[in-house]
Ligand binder design. Sequence first.
Ligand code: 1CP
Length: 354
Amino acid sequence: MANVSPLKNDLLLRAARREPVERTPVWIMRQAGRYLPEYRALRAEEAFFDVVRTPELATEVTLQPLRRFPLDAAIIFSDILVVPQAMGLRVEMVPGQGPCLLDPLRKVSDLRRLHRPVIEDELHYVLEALRLTRRALDGKVPLIGFCGAPWTLMAYMIEGGGSKTFSQAKGWLYGAPEASHQLLSLLTEVLVEFLTAQIDAGAQVIQVFDSWAGVLSPDLYRTFALPYLRRIAEEVGKARPGVPRIVFARGAHATLDELAASGYDVVGIDWTVDPRQARQITQDRVALQGNLDPCALYADLKTIRRLTHQMLEAFGPRGHIANLGHGLHPTHDPEHVRAFVEAVHDYMPVANTC
Ligand code: 1CP
């Protein structure tokens, strides 16, 4: 990119490549959001998707957590549902409930309602927000771009919103496998273009969120999720080599070994996975990201520090990006978030005395 400063803090990039680092880098999923009073103040004035669609506001919200805490990365403020929106589905944010798709896919013939978006047109606001944020960061820390994984997006497009079981979307996988593959392929092609465009606009790392991996059996995950995740890693890696790719597949424990071989540089794990076991399974094929239980931040500050240090010890110093095992909750206290970030900063690994 022209006219941008060189990176002053590249800890996250080095950890993603499993290179030695002076200190484990840390960022937090949903680090921008409702637990911050300054975010809530802005949201009292502006609708969610207006913030997402206004690059100056998206940049402001992206930077809010970095003004408070010494984080080692920024993640662009947006949502995974901007892609279904760009493909023709209407999405609204319902206060206290979450996203709601007004015209979800109900039957296979509804696939005809989807169109293939021209990324530079229909998602230009994400790209512009990345360009603005990159300039505002002035090389302070790397900027993460992201998207939802094909399966997770398909799940929302069929259910119309969050769900405990995602049984309608799973119904498609069992009852209409061909149409499901057609939808997943289309999403994959769009996501490859979107991630590549995000990198061109300034994203220095990309993360794919497969938030609903955990509702699929290992067999379904192998058939309907992993092949598409692999294609994304491969094609983005080929188009823009050297940009670290992270995959976070929440609940995909049974397929961790295959995820580690799916072409990503980093695999994010949720808090139900033991870091030592994850290391054993993944060996030195990938770096790992995670995985303190977000609810651990409801503990007192001393306990947060102890639990964070225990987590760092379990992962070991090489190839680890500290994070929570999922996103922050609106009820988290920013001072407890600070305790987590600072505990990562001041961790001193026990010296190896042999
Ligand atoms: O009113 C509000 O302000 C809405 C709260 C909110 C926020 C702050 C939503 C609604 N999205 C976001 C921002 C967001 N979403 C980011 C910003 C960057 C950051 O992390 O700081 C990111 C990366 C996402 C990604 C996202 N959106 C995911 C994947 C991560 C995850 O949490 O698993 C998912 C599943 C969504 C959908 C979504 N958007 C919002 C909600 C409440 C949900 C979940 C809906 C559900 O399943 O119930």
